[in-house]
Write a protein that binds this ligand. Structure first.
Ligand code: FAD
Length: 492
């Protein structure tokens, strides 16, 4: 089934509990902090169903149509299909929605190529995982995840000594029909717009953190579950013109708080197993599918940034100057580099058990590391090209409402390159990309969404065949020997 945007929005009016500070949000689809972004999400669902987009965003299996992000790839063509779908989705938001509906669903789909990874001696959860995958694709579920313990609460000793509840989410009771979970998880991006939350552990746990080692899925409106939103980012602007990106694309981030939340056994995928809790992402193509989407999403954002750099250089007239052209040329090379890394993941695809294939993991992690490392310096180039232009513009679009001020604005702010209003529009977008609160949140996101940089690099370390590289050195060193000593007789 492919949901309509309207159906998705109706699903969000399900009694979920969302807090903005002390305010309880009645309806996330109409509250000013969330309404515009909710429409953005609905727009994605509608675009996906449009007849001309069906082949790109959906596929047919056994007579049913599903979103392409649920496609389990068996060939390079399937991988290409996934990539093209991610690109189309990311382009709809210029790469601003990190946890668009094709992100976490990719994780689940990757897992569904190898459900045996969920079976242990004690628990056989492989069937649960497959049933969840079917549930998600049949109902076109939008899921996010919260897969980290809250920062600075990772050592339980402090809480235990003070007789306080350990804040990290854990299983507090097992029943015949399911489990009870209590505690917090960070940081569920997009959760307010989602149907479900995947709760798990993407970072390694200590072997004795058994009760925290739970992986399960919960509906956002589960009884006892509350979302604590960070400060919404579109509240500093009263209209779309003055902060176009924040207005449409604040995907939100929330802490997930669980107070005696019941999870039926069918929605439990890992239990009491600190090693398995993390291994499921790595022993299946899950992490690879999900983060390939992140690479592609970053690519869309980079294309917007490159366009902004070019337009700003045109607007200021600096485009004529050779050193500025060099800056643009370098940025263009970076965009092509990422494009190459994304396509290369398909060219060098890996074969996995049961006839499945996945994106090349080393190349995917290389791109992930590249994106994490590069975002700040790329954004800084746009900042430098913009100079003071962003503050040369009037505070708000209301400048156009008063005929006298408008006339002055249009006369004095025009340049040989651009009309005043177009300049203002351009620099408002630029500020939302480099300087507004939305821009700051985007920078934080690009640095951390896949883990801190040492975590990202650790994936590359793990997936490298060091024997190969050591062998290159061994080959070289084995190709020569200690030279023979000079002949003594010849010397005399
Ligand atoms: C905007 C945003 C959106 C997010 N969305 C999601 C989401 O949808 N779902 C989700 O589950 N999570 C999400 N996250 C959480 C994200 O995964 C974590 O922020 C990330 O894993 C880093 O963990 P941390 O914030 O606890 O930082 P910490 O682990 O506390 O690290 C902070 C800093 O401390 C230093 N440091 C800590 N430990 C080490 C070490 N061992 N070696 C070297 N340096 C170290 C590093 O400088 C590091 O950058 C999001 C985060 C952000 C910022």
């Amino acid at each position: 089934m492919l949901k309509t945007g309207k159906e998705h929005l109706e699903g969000l009016r399900d009694g979920r509990t969302v807090y903005i500070g002390g305010e309880k949000v009645d309806d996330v689809t109409t509250h000013p902090a969330f309404a515009a972004a909710a429409q953005t999400v609905a727009g994605i669902y509608d675009a996906k169903r449009a007849p001309e987009n069906l082949d790109l965003y959906s596929y047919e299996e056994d007579g049913e149509r599903y979103s392409t992000w649920y496609l389990r790839a068996k060939s390079k063509d399937d991988l290409r299909r996934r990539m093209n779908c991610h690109k189309g989705i990311a382009d709809m938001t210029y790469g601003m929605l990190g946890r668009s509906p094709d992100h976490v669903s990719g994780f689940v789909t990757g897992m569904a190529t190898n459900p045996s990874a969920f079976d242990t001696e004690k628990y056989k959860f492989g069937d649960n995982l497959m049933a969840y995958y079917e549930h998600c694709r049949k109902n076109d579920i939008y899921a996010t995840y919260a897969v980290l313990p809250p920062q600075a609460a990772r050592n339980p000793d402090f809480y235990i000594k003070k007789n306080l509840p350990v804040p990290t989410l854990m299983v507090t009771e097992e029943r015949d029909d399911g489990i009870i979970i209590n505690g917090m998880k960070m940081l569920a991006t997009s959760a307010v717009f989602c149907d479900e939350i995947w709760v798990g552990n993407l970072l390694p746990l200590a072997e004795d953190q058994v009760k925290q080692a739970v992986t399960c899925a919960v509906p956002v409106n589960a009884e006892g579950l509350t979302l604590w939103s960070r400060q919404p980012l579109n509240m500093n602007t009263t209209n779309e013109f003055d902060g176009p990106l924040a207005w449409r694309y604040d995907e939100t981030d929330s802490m997930v708080m669980c107070e005696n939340v019941f999870v039926p056994w069918e929605k439990v995928f890992v239990m009491d197993d600190a090693i398995k809790a993390r291994a499921i992402y790595i022993e299946t193509p899950s992490h690879c599918y999900g983060n390939h989407q992140s690479n592609v999403r970053f690519w869309s954002k980079l294309q917007l940034i490159l366009g902004l750099c070019s337009k700003v250089a045109q607007a200021t007239g600096a485009i004529q100057i050779p050193p500025v052209q060099e800056v643009l040329g370098r940025l263009s090379a970076l965009e092509a580099t990422l494009s190459g890394m994304i396509h290369g993941q398909i060219e060098a695809a890996e074969e996995w058990p049961n006839g499945y294939v996945t994106f090349n993991r080393r190349v995917m992690y290389a791109a992930l590391n590249w994106c994490t490392e590069s975002y700040s310096q790329i954004i800084d180039q746009l900042r430098e090209l913009s100079g003071g232009g962003v503050f040369q513009m009037p505070a708000s679009a209301t400048v156009m409402h008063d005929p006298k001020i408008r006339e002055q604005f249009e006369m004095y702010w025009q340049t040989p390159q651009m009309e005043a209003l177009d300049r203002m529009k351009l620099f408002k977008v630029v500020w939302d990309m480099v300087g507004s609160e939305f821009a700051g949140r985007q920078q934080q996101y690009e640095k951390f969404y896949a883990g801190a940089s040492f975590i990202v690099r650790n994936h590359s370390f793990r997936e490298t065949d060091w024997g190969f590289f050591d062998g290159v050195v061994d080959d070289l060193m084995g190709s020569y020997d200690v030279p023979a000593a000079p002949m003594a007789a010849a010397a005399e």
